[in-house]
Design a protein around this ligand. Structure first.
Ligand code: C2E
Ligand code: MG
Ligand code: MG
Ligand code: MG
Length: 285
């Protein structure tokens, strides 16, 4: 900004910024209507047993079928949805939709169906007083078994854990639903808090996996997380595995599960059974 510029003068200096702000408010408006207009779709990425190559579950990842802009990934709208509160509606829809799909896959072809679906839950959605009730209703409404659901929460949610968050986590696990901490390692948390946390799975963030082959420091960190998880009775999923070297390194550390482009990108629901069949064949060969 030029020194001494009056109110509104920034618009003349930064037309790009002004355009961005107008676009942002249009996007915010469109986001709020997008659930009702059925513009969201879920794609699914396999979660794989690293040693055997078999698909154990899938993660549901939301995309927005925007009428003018085409298929938008979460990068384009999740932050805005968090900020505006639209994420609560989107997340509720995603939960029901993912469970509904999972039940259909298991019914249509059990041999090519994932055993569970992993669903991302934003902190804002989780903190709603009726969240546990929503999960229960989604399970009842779809007929899905609680064991078919893994909920991915963020480190920051549990880091600022209130008694209520802990109580809700216990209640969910009491139903038979499993809980994962997503993007583990990025939240600046101390590891000791894990001992008290009612969770089942750690998902190690992709940023740790990127350099696991070429950086001794990153490799040591990942190995320590895997060991810690095992000692605490938690399971581990490595995110963002892109090549065979990373897979081999992780197997060497005793990391049981992973997901990443090496196995499959996220695919639309109708491609999931074929992807499950193909993933096993490709990784074994
Ligand atoms: P996330 O939950 O950590 O999901 C993993 C992201 O990494 C996905 O990006 C996935 O496509 C990407 N990924 C997986 N393997 C690889 C790989 O080998 N290489 C690379 N470069 N990327 C890989 P995506 O689908 O763009 O989702 C981004 C984030 O958006 C998710 O990160 C999650 O935090 C959020 N998100 C997605 N769906 C939902 C949802 O339904 N609710 C909420 N609250 N957040 C969601
Ligand atoms: Mg996730
Ligand atoms: Mg993640
Ligand atoms: Mg991530």
């Amino acid at each position: 900004l030029a020194k001494g510029a009056g109110k509104g003068d920034w618009k003349r200096y930064r037309p790009d910024l002004q355009t961005a702000m107008i676009e942002r408010s249009a996007l915010r408006q469109a986001l709020h209507e997008a659930v009702e207009r059925e513009q969201f779709v879920l794609h699914y990425q396999p979660i794989v047993d690293l040693l055997a190559g078999a698909v154990v579950g899938v993660e549901a990842l939301v995309r927005w079928q925007h009428p003018e802009r085409g298929l938008l990934g979460p990068y384009h709208f999740i932050e805005l949805a968090e900020e505006s509160g639209a994420i609560v509606g989107i997340g509720g829809w995603a939960l029901r939709e993912a469970l509904h799909r999972c039940v259909r896959w298991q019914r249509d072809d059990p041999a090519a169906a994932p055993a569970y679906v992993s669903v991302n839950v934003s902190a804002r959605q989780f903190r709603r007083p009726d969240f546990v009730g929503q999960v229960r209703a989604a399970l009842d409404g779809t007929g899905a078994a609680p064991a078919a659901l893994l909920l991915e929460i963020t480190e920051s949610l549990v880091l600022h854990d209130t008694e209520q968050v802990l109580a809700d986590l216990r209640e969910l696990r009491g139903l038979g639903v499993r809980i994962a901490i997503d993007d583990f390692g990025t939240g600046y948390s101390s590891l000791s808090y894990l001992r008290h946390l009612p969770v089942d799975v750690l998902k190690i963030d992709k940023s740790f996996i990127d350099d696991v082959v070429h950086s001794d420091r990153q490799a040591a960190l990942v190995a320590a997380i895997v060991t810690l998880a095992r000692d605490l009775g938690l399971t581990v999923v490595a995110e963002g595995i892109e090549d065979a070297g990373q897979r081999a390194a992780l197997i060497g550390m005793g990391c049981p599960y992973g997901q990443g482009y090496l196995f499959s990108k996220p695919v639309p629901p109708e491609q999931v059974p074929a992807t499950i069949t193909a993933t096993v064949a490709a990784v074994d060969s």
